[in-house]
Design a binder for this molecule. Structure first.
Ligand code: SF4
Length: 266
């Protein structure tokens, strides 16, 4: 490289650096402006979250009864259609207090689906299931216990809207909402279901029972293997039961062909 070329190259690089710095400064100003606009009115983050997570208003009218939910769930041919119907659903009173519906997280790579009870405050805010403290524990069970990525499994809930004050779902809410979950399971077609806690386990097994009666075994329901275990929120309150949960998880790992570490501990 002669001196002229070196000088020309140096000017080009210097100019490019300055342009990048100017672009970064513009981006930072724009980000600060967006944040300050969102922070002023209290209702705006909620509206913004809905705009991101809810699909366009195409598709059937909002489901307004259990019969509507059953009909729309049955008619949905794809998960995106189903997600759209769920996002518009007004079939039970929970639609009045939700920020947004919480449909699912993850992917069907492992053909494994975890099913929790209902969204909590963090899930209602983000639109993603299991993102609070209980969600972190579920993530640890998947990543540190099973040794796979959270993104490789599906995670959903029995109810798609948050019950106020994190109360338990009522029998009526479960009865109205669960056709969405049933169709979601059909469309994903997982090999193994791990219902978390009593509400999810009783729905998947289709009967009333205690966790003691449902846990520690593999049930076969509709051609799928079902391994009920404790809800992570319960494990946070009763950490001594984590070992019991790990026994259930190992049953599921055996069905899925995921290697279990020697000694059974991760
Ligand atoms: S909880 Fe279920 S049935 Fe009730 S409004 Fe939400 S999606 Fe619809």
């Amino acid at each position: 490289m002669n001196d002229d070329v070196r000088e020309e190259w140096s000017q080009l690089v210097s100019g490019a650096r300055k342009e990048i710095q100017r672009a970064k400064a513009r981006g930072a100003r724009s980000t600060r402006a967006t944040r300050s606009t969102k922070a002023e009115p209290k209702a705006e983050p909620k509206a913004a979250a809905k705009a991101v997570t809810e699909p366009a208003a195409s598709g059937p009218a909002p489901a307004r009864s259990g019969a509507d939910v059953r009909a729309q769930a049955k008619a949905a041919r794809t998960l995106e259609e189903l997600r759209g119907c769920v996002a518009r659903c007004e079939a039970c009173s929970l639609h009045k207090t939700r920020t947004q519906t919480v449909f699912q997280d993850g992917s069907p790579v492992r053909r494994l689906m975890f099913i929790g009870e209902a969204p909590g405050a963090d899930e209602d805010r983000t639109g993603v299931p299991f993102v609070g403290r209980a969600g972190q524990l579920l993530t640890d069970i998947i990543t540190k216990g099973m040794g796979i990525a959270r993104e490789e499994v599906l995670i959903a809930n029995v109810l798609k809207c948050r019950p106020p004050d994190n109360r338990e779902p009522t029998p009526e809410e479960k009865s109205i909402c669960t056709p969405w979950l049933d169709r979601q399971i059909e469309l994903h077609d997982p090999k193994v279901l791990i219902p978390l806690g009593r509400h999810a386990s009783m729905h998947i097994l289709g009967r009333e029972a205690s966790m003691g009666e449902m846990r520690t075994r593999i049930h076969e329901i509709g051609g799928r293997q079902v391994v009920p275990t404790y809800h992570p929120a319960y494990l946070l309150r009763s950490p001594g039961e984590k070992k019991e949960c790990w026994k259930d998880i190992q049953l599921a790992m055996g069905v899925l062909g995921i290697p279990i570490p020697s000694g059974g501990n991760r």
